[in-house]
Ligand binder design. Structure first.
Ligand code: ADP
Length: 499
């Protein structure tokens, strides 16, 4: 039996899994990755910690199995800059949640001399993204503006840039491999998603020298040998993707129209839109799903930053439930469906993109209980998922055939049933708990073992399927209440802004 190693270098932890030839997970091991918050809006990780967690996650697995190939996914926009000679990091890992690049975005948007004033759609057309500090390039420009020595060295060709997989692979190969893939490159704001190459105009816009950027390799294919544990036994690396794209692959969403939602602290929805890029008219991003040989998938991308964390807020701040799973029973105990909670605890991301909006509750009365508020919060999360799926369906011209889900909150029956009811779609909970790590391992299998997409799709299993059962009138009323509440909250914050 041949085995595959999938490494999911995620934001809060690195998880390594061993997967067999059919794509079944045999064993997994994780290492927690700490973050620090040195100032409001700043989120950093220690570059050495990222390498350490990869080693720790892999170490106990490698002796036991004969590994044919490795796949490695990453956090997406998080990046490190390091010295090309010594390998010493000269910046912390600046995490995707970090907002320090916002001032750069504001001044680029306002500057009359910026190429964006001549063509405000330049970024969207080339990258599918928005000018937002979520992505790597505005924060890299922030580093250059605030650390002239780093800028000088970068322009003298002495520094290297990399997202987390690029940094780890460079470190573990002592600089032999400086590589990334099109899905990850497509999250930097420096990469042309139509041509699959770094873009000269964008490099100029963000003042980034080409010499510091990694080589963009196909998402699947032999890349090189990497010693993941430092024991002198290098393994062949065959696949690279962003974690959300790896989850899309792990959920076997291989056909245009298929989509997945990974639930955790936030929820990240990707819809496969096929081999041609399409821009959204409904506030979504376009991103590269994967690109290798004759396989290209683009995807619509919609992030909801607060979903599981709203349940955490009910638990830890309001103390309404003892643990997150208890939100299911609390919601079922509630007898009042008149309460509406807009869980905009960190603004409203896709498809609204309103950072000013905050959360709100409507419909409280003397007999309102904590259970009613728990229920309304879960309903609010379901309404946010409904909004993003609806926006994607409008752009795609048709709804998806079903919604595949994974992550902690996907084990909440009340929440998943509500999502199925609002979407009028089947919600299929993946039987595989580690859809992301399994996805990247399976992509390595496609390259190294010749595994077919058909075999992976046939092997995908649902643990549970929720079918819509809510009455039309009830659904209509819920969505109407939600839309009214949302309009009121937006208006409230617009009025506040004017003051
Ligand atoms: P991560 O986001 O770190 O990958 P998980 O996928 O386990 O981790 O999701 C954790 C988040 O999901 C927490 O915010 C938690 O409150 C929430 N959560 C976990 N289980 C449930 C559940 N059964 N119902 C509702 N929310 C849950």
């Amino acid at each position: 039996m041949k085995y595959l190693l999938g490494i999911d270098q995620g934001t809060t932890q690195t998880t390594a899994v061993i997967v067999d030839e059919r794509g079944e997970m045999i064993e997994k091991n994780s290492a927690q990755l700490p973050a620090r918050f040195p100032q409001a809006g700043w989120v950093e990780q220690e570059p050495a910690d990222i390498v350490r967690t990869v080693r720790e996650a892999c170490a106990p697995l490698l002796d036991k199995y004969e590994i044919a190939a490795v796949g490695f996914d990453n956090q997406g926009e998080t990046f490190v800059v390091w010295d090309a000679e010594t390998g010493e990091a000269v910046t912390p890992a600046i995490v995707w949640q970090d907002t320090r690049g916002q001032s750069i975005c504001d001044s680029l948007a306002a500057s009359a001399s910026s190429p964006l004033s001549a063509n405000p759609d330049l970024l969207r057309q080339k990258t599918g993204l928005l000018l937002d500090s979520y992505f790597s390039a505005p924060k890299l420009k922030w580093v250059f503006e605030n650390h002239p020595d780093i800028r000088r060295k970068a322009h003298a060709g002495k520094l290297k840039f990399g997202t987390t997989e690029t940094w780890v692979i460079w470190s573990l190969t002592q600089g032999k491999l400086h590589v990334t893939d099109p899905s990850t490159a497509s999250r930097t704001l420096l990469f042309d998603m139509n041509k699959f190459e770094w873009d000269e105009d964008l490099l100029k816009l963000f003042d980034v020298p080409r010499s510091m950027l990694p080589q963009v390799k196909p998402s699947a294919g032999y890349i090189g040998d990497v010693d993941f544990v430092g024991q002198g036994s290098a393994l062949p690396l065959h696949a690279l993707l962003v974690d959300q794209q790896a989850a899309l692959f792990g959920q076997a969403c291989f056909n245009a129209g298929e989509m997945k939602c990974s639930f955790g602290t936030g929820s990240f929805l990707l819809m496969n839109i096929g081999g041609k890029p399409q821009l959204s008219n409904n506030g979504l991003l376009t991103t590269v799903g994967w690109n290798f040989n004759n396989h290209t998938a683009y995807a619509f991308d919609g992030g909801i930053f607060v979903t599981g964390s709203a349940v955490q807020w009910l638990r830890d701040n309001l103390k309404f439930i003892p643990d997150s799973a208890a939100s299911h029973n609390a919601a079922n105990r509630s007898t009042d469906s008149g309460v509406v909670v807009v869980p905009a605890l960190q603004g409203l991301a896709a498809p609204h993109w309103r950072t000013d909006v905050q959360g709100a509750m409507f419909g409280l009365n003397r007999s309102t209980t904590s259970d009613d508020i728990v229920r309304a919060t879960l309903d609010g999360i379901a309404c946010r998922v409904y909004e993003v799926v609806t926006a994607m369906s409008q752009d795609a011209g048709a709804p998806p055939p079903y919604l595949k889900v994974d992550g902690g909150p996907s084990s909440n029956p009340y929440l998943m049933q509500m999502i199925a009811d609002l979407l009028e779609l089947e919600v299929q909970v993946s039987a595989a708990l580690e859809a992301t790590a399994i996805g990247i391992a399976n992509l390595a299998g496609v390259s190294a073992l010749g595994t077919t997409f058909d075999a992976l799709a046939a092997n995908w299993k649902a643990e549970k399927i929720y079918t819509p059962k809510m009455k039309k009138e009830e659904r209509g009323k819920k969505l109407e209440q939600w839309n009214k509440a949302l309009d009121a909250v937006k208006k409230f914050h617009e009025e506040e802004e004017k003051k």
